[in-house]
Design a binder for this molecule. Structure first.
Ligand SMILES: [Zn+2]
Ligand SMILES: [Zn+2]
Length: 473
């Protein structure tokens, strides 16, 4: 009988990680995500490069399965390899492609952060620390990738197959179905929802539905509420853009490079095609988002049916066919040139929460101006500049300088990449045999609300596991 260990994203959102041991002692790691957010003060941390980052020996893992490329699901892979993992890493094609840019970027951040930290340490006579991992580790991960198509069953270790089903969250995202053949030839099925998409994204399909599982791991990021996502949100966006045009300033849209940016650009393209976009230029100021666009459009056969046929009809092969006033600015020089543009521009820039990335450079030139606008389209975590602005801060600190928030601030809901409460419950209710259900990837208070909703609506007792729990499949 196979055993499942809950190692990460337990009663929290980040750090997705589950270890499965088969009856004949093979080990499969489902997800290898990084914990993010929380305490940003690393100064008192131990020398984390010396200790193992895992509660298991990476050399003993036979195979890894990854649901999608977000760092909280894949970000520890370079460390796993640095600590001796040499097996195959299974993921969809698009996930394999996205992992390349995300893991190399993550390694770069680790290196830079450590450099910064070590300068601080040197001034205090403390010994230097090593980064969690470096670019070479990320490069070694890339060699272990095994891309597989959606809806095919592939053997990952003897007696265990994996199949990926579209989760509709970001391009390449998957619901993971693992089938275990036991010694008596009976088959047990584990389904892991991964991050389930909402119906808000114009590019992603609705999550696939599955009929059978013995054990179900269900994400619960928004287990406490339903999303509002409809045409109203888009009309609101158009109204803001019109107002900004009248005011004569620029519009800043901080957005995550993978997923949200592609959705926003698609909407802006639609407004352009419909003659509803008054601005003269849309700048995409994020090297990662620029590369992610290419991956998205290369995989456009996976787009939502309706919009895919619209793109085919208009002979659209990439985002600039759809939004011809898009100007990409991969180099720092091109990025800085945007500073000279005083009006009529929409600047979509990296770093969704405004604590780093190119968006903060634009703050210096636009945030203090009353004729400019800033539009938030995603969650802003506590302690970030983005959250401070949303909460009405008068100034934010950027590059050791306090910048006044003069721009008009807008928060638009309705762009979520995660299923809301009712959608989660409906999705789970489509399993015909009512599997044993465990809630993961959510904060405890939200899970408890979702748990009681399952009880109330379906009289279904679902579980909230503790970190380190181990269950039999
Ligand atoms: Zn995700
Ligand atoms: Zn996630």
């Amino acid at each position: 009988m196979a055993l499942l260990n809950f190692l990460g994203a337990i009663q929290q959102v980040t750090g997705s990680c589950y270890l499965i041991e088969t009856y004949d002692k093979k080990k499969i790691l489902l997800e290898c995500g990084m914990e993010q957010g929380g305490d940003n003060d690393h100064h008192e941390e131990h020398d984390n490069a010396k200790r193992s980052a895992f509660t298991f020996n990476p050399e003993h893992i036979d195979a890894v399965v990854i649901s999608h490329a977000h760092i909280d699901h894949s970000g520890m892979l370079p460390r796993l390899v640095a600590e001796g993992f040499r097996g195959p890493i299974y993921a969809t094609d698009a996930t394999c492609e996205l992992m390349e840019l995300m893991l190399l970027d993550s390694a770069h951040i680790q290196e830079k952060d450590t450099e910064w930290e070590n300068r601080w340490r040197a001034r205090r006579g403390k010994r230097p620390i090593k980064p969690m991992y470096v670019s070479e580790d990320a490069a070694r991960v890339l060699k272990l990738r095994r891309p597989i198509d959606y809806e095919t069953h592939t053997e990952v270790v003897p007696g265990v197959t994996v199949a990926f089903h579209d989760a509709g969250h970001i391009i390449g995202s998957a619901i993971v179905e693992l089938k275990f053949t036991e010694p008596n030839d009976s088959v047990r099925t584990l389904v892991f929802s991964g991050d389930l998409g909402s119906t808000c994204s114009p590019l992603m399909k609705a999550p696939s539905t599955l009929k059978h599982a013995d054990l179900l791991l269900l994400e619960s990021t928004y287990g406490d509420r339903d999303h509002r996502c409809n045409e109203d949100t888009l009309d609101e966006l158009v109204a803001i853009l019109e107002q900004a045009h009248k005011d004569g300033g620029n519009v800043m849209i901080p957005a995550f490079s993978v997923g949200r940016t592609q959705d926003i650009l698609f909407h802006l393209g639609r407004f352009y095609q419909e003659g509803r976009l008054p601005q003269h230029t849309v700048y995409l100021d994020s090297p990662m988002a620029i590369r992610a666009n290419d991956i998205y459009y290369r995989h456009r056969e996976d787009f939502d049916e309706h919009n895919r046929s619209m793109l085919i009809k208009h002979n659209i092969h990439n985002v600039d066919d759809w939004l011809p006033i898009l100007k990409i600015t991969p180099s720092p020089e091109e990025s800085m040139a945007i500073n000279k543009v005083k009006s009529g521009a929409i600047i979509v820039a990296g770093s969704g929460m405004c604590n780093g990335g190119r968006i903060i450079h634009h703050f210096k030139h636009n945030l203090w101006r009353k004729d400019c606008h800033i539009i938030f389209t995603g969650f802003q975590a506590r302690g970030t500049n983005g959250r401070a602005i949303v909460d009405g801060a008068k100034t934010v600190r950027v590059f050791k300088e306090d910048i006044m928030v003069g721009a008009q601030v807008h928060t638009l809901g309705g762009f979520s990449a995660h299923a809301g409460q009712s959608q989660l419950i409906n999705w789970a209710s489509q399993f015909e045999n009512r599997p044993e259900l465990y809630l993961i990837h959510g904060e405890l208070d939200k899970m408890e609300i979702l748990q009681s909703e399952f009880k109330k609506r379906l009289d279904w007792d679902v579980n909230i596991p503790e970190l380190g729990d181990r269950i039999a499949l």
